[in-house]
Design a protein around this ligand. Structure first.
Ligand code: ARG
Length: 455
């Protein structure tokens, strides 16, 4: 039975009912809806807006309905449209008039707004935990790989030697900012829309501060029209999801490259790889590829919601019912991605020898060789030029810079001495970095210590 049937002389067609209904996807808000309704009933009772015993009966019955939903004993109907009216219908079926009083001083517009905020607050807590786990895993790996030398790249060309720990901690910092972005998002979301009514507030002597306290919000939305009309907090949430997915996706792209025969830097565990139906030798990094692909989906969710909201006049419009699909999808996708990613990197094998070998070739000590000449008093630009010619010479001979004889070195500049070999050895290049936040062993150790202190 329709809760709003009074004004209508004709029933909706079944096609219209079906098109209008959101119960298929918003039923996952049932817990939040019941939580909001229980607080609302308590407030109505406390304020004497409905009889206290009826408020109690409503609360008790809502708890029972929650248990019945969990036990699969409640059948939702399309006719009741959404989760709010489905629960209210069941409530009224069970306790009659008392159930019909629950919707006093409330509208579905503030009801759905509070439901999504409650849902997202839990979602953010879950994401926070998953990101924490991922970051812990990165720290553990970084600790193990402080002495694992690898090429650092720019333009995907070997650039300067770094350590794997350093590379991993770069991602740690990105995920740390992602995590704090979710915290910021929560901070702005943490205001209660319930009690706003449809758009203009209500005529009842409600106590919204009490509601905020009951539901764990730090305050009350200061303007009722804003409270029911906007979904910027959901846009912000999906935007946080998108940025996190972007970081995951870059990391995945690297793992895909690193696990190719061409790199052979890592081997993803069999448990997180798949085979080919035709090529027996294949072991594919599907999890990483899927995360990279799903990143596109989450960006799509962000674009959907921004576009859904952009043309809406204040206050509530039914378009807003469409907010849930991208919100749910972005959260689900991010959680699944962070989870599988963490498992995948915790179990992958790092081929430290291959990384080190790759770091030895590619003239990555060229900058250090130039810096060496600077210490001998030459201007950096001249040093750059000299080393450039040396690299060209070495490429021609098919050797590394440190494979030149001292006579060959001196042929390019009489400033070169025997100590050049030690100065441009790979670990020396890493060790010699002095700037704060660098790849030097010392600096990475400090970065790890700072991370531990933050926690
Ligand atoms: N199912 C609706 C939604 O998700 C609930 C709010 C409906 N309000 C209304 N006035 N039709 O947005």
């Amino acid at each position: 039975m329709k809760l709003w049937k009074g004004r209508f002389s004709k029933a909706a067609t079944s096609s219209a009912d079906e098109f209008n209904a959101s119960i298929e996807f918003d039923q996952r808000l049932y817990k939040d809806d019941i939580k909001g309704s229980m607080a609302h009933a308590a407030m109505l009772g406390k304020q004497g807006i409905i009889p206290a015993d009826e408020a109690e009966l409503i609360r008790k019955t809502l708890k029972e309905i929650e248990a019945d939903i969990e036990a699969g004993k409640v059948e939702f109907t399309i006719e009741s449209e959404d989760i709010h009216m489905n629960i209210e219908s069941v409530l009224t079926e069970r306790i009659g008039d008392a159930g019909k009083r629950l919707h006093t001083a409330r509208s579905r517009n503030d009801q759905v707004a509070v439901d999504i905020r409650l849902y997202l607050k839990d979602e953010i807590a879950a994401i926070d935990g998953l990101l924490r786990k991922l970051m812990d895993t990165l720290v553990e790996l970084a600790e193990q790989h402080q002495d694992t030398v690898m090429p650092g790249y720019t333009h995907l060309q070997r650039a300067q030697p770094v350590t794997l720990a350093y590379h991993l901690l770069a991602y740690y910092q990105m995920f740390n900012r992602d995590k704090s972005r979710f915290t910021d998002c929560l901070e702005r979301m943490d205001f209660l829309p319930l009690g706003s009514g449809a758009l203009a507030g209500t005529t009842y002597d409600t106590d919204r501060d009490f509601l905020a306290q009951e539901l764990g919000f730090k305050g009350v939305c200061p303007n009722a029209m804003d409270a029911v009309a906007d979904r910027d907090f959901a846009v912000e949430f999906i935007s946080c999801c998108s940025i996190t997915m972007m970081h995951l996706s870059r990391f995945c792209e690297e793992l895909i490259q690193w696990s190719s025969i061409e790199f052979s830097f890592v081997e993803i565990d069999d448990a997180y790889s798949t085979g080919s139906s035709i090529m027996p030798q294949k072991k594919n990094p599907d999890m990483a590829e899927l995360i990279r692909g799903k990143t596109g989906r989450v960006y799509g969710d962000l674009m959907s919601l921004l576009t859904i909201i952009k043309g809406l006049p204040l206050a509530y419009n039914k378009d807003l019912q469409e907010d849930k699909l991208p919100v749910f999808d972005a959260g689900d996708t991010l959680k699944a991605s962070v989870n599988i990613f963490t498992e995948m990197i915790a179990t992958m094998k790092v081929n430290t020898q291959n990384m080190e070998r790759a770091a030895k070739y590619g003239y990555m000590n060229a900058t250090d060789a130039a810096d060496y000449l600077v210490t001998k008093g030459l201007p950096f630009r001249d040093c750059h030029e000299i080393i450039g010619r040396i690299v060209l010479y070495c490429i021609g001979k098919g050797i590394a810079i440190d494979e030149m004889s001292i006579e060959e070195f001196k042929g390019f500049s009489d400033k070169f001495e025997e100590d050049i070999y030690e100065k441009i050895a790979i670990r020396s290049c890493i060790k010699a970095k002095k700037s704060k936040g660098s790849t030097s062993f010392e600096s990475v150790k400090q970065q790890l210590a700072d991370i531990k202190k933050e926690k």
